[in-house]
Design a protein around this ligand. Structure first.
Ligand SMILES: *Cc1c(COP(=O)(O)O)cnc(C)c1O
Length: 223
């Protein structure tokens, strides 16, 4: 079996210039994260608040933690001291709360707006209509302690790569609409986080700047 270091090197060798890798380490023990860190990895993704809060203090503090799971409102305060980017902002209410909690500890936090494009209802995120309405209403751009840095999305879990491509294309086009619209004066709105172990090659074709890869680096998760 290939080591974590070998897996990381293999993925990174295939990533085009300008696309950064988030090592999705959810459900993997800190020893495995430390192995990835030793191999040079600095961006890690976690999807549960408690797990992120438990792991962060055990690892070097130049790691940049990306929160990528559905974020419950009562967990925002707990992750705020640790997180570098909250990728999974799926409502205006959550954005407002993130502003409040960031202000409370006098920091600025980067976030991405999550778009729901997959077929599964269980996945979260704004619908295209919801995000365009929020943009028109000025609800995405009024946060002094939040930098809205772009968008994040997950495609459907399917072998049909044409379906996946259509979904990533929807994300890219929505991202460009916002970039030319309410974020046209933003110096931050530049990131498109999409693509996982099985579909990142497609995501990159549609303009991903961040890919979130777990299984292809750490192996299968044991839940
Ligand atoms: C788990 C997860 C990933 C990584 O999935 P793999 O298929 O293991 O690469 C990426 N993004 C999100 C939001 C996740 O929850």
């Amino acid at each position: 079996m290939a080591s974590i270091k070998e897996n990381l090197e293999k993925v990174k060798a295939q990533l085009p210039e300008g696309v950064r890798l988030i090592a999705v380490s959810k459900f993997h023990p800190v020893e495995e994260l430390a192995e990835a860190y030793e191999a040079g990895q600095r961006l890690f993704g976690e999807n549960r608040a408690q797990e992120l809060v438990a792991k962060a203090p055990q690892l070097p503090d130049d790691i940049r933690w990306h929160f990528i799971g559905h974020l419950q409102k009562n967990k925002v305060r707990a992750i705020m001291p640790h997180v570098s980017v909250i990728e999974s902002v799926d409502s205006v209410e959550l954005l407002q709360l993130i502003e409040k909690e960031a202000a409370r500890i006098d920091r600025t936090v980067d976030v991405l707006l999550q778009l729901h494009v997959a077929q599964e209802e269980t996945k979260s995120g704004f619908s295209v209509d919801e995000i365009l309405e929020a943009a028109d209403a000025g609800q995405l751009t009024c946060y002094p302690h939040v930098h809205v840095c772009g968008m994040m999305a997950m495609a459907s879990l399917t072998d049909d790569m044409e379906q996946v491509a259509r979904e990533f294309d929807t994300v890219r086009r929505t991202y460009l609409t916002l970039k030319d619209g309410c974020f046209d004066e933003s110096e931050y709105f530049n990131e498109l986080s999409m693509g996982m172990s099985d579909d990142w090659q497609v995501a990159v074709k549609y303009g991903a700047t961040l890919v979130r890869i777990g299984t292809a680096i750490f192996g299968p998760r044991v839940y």
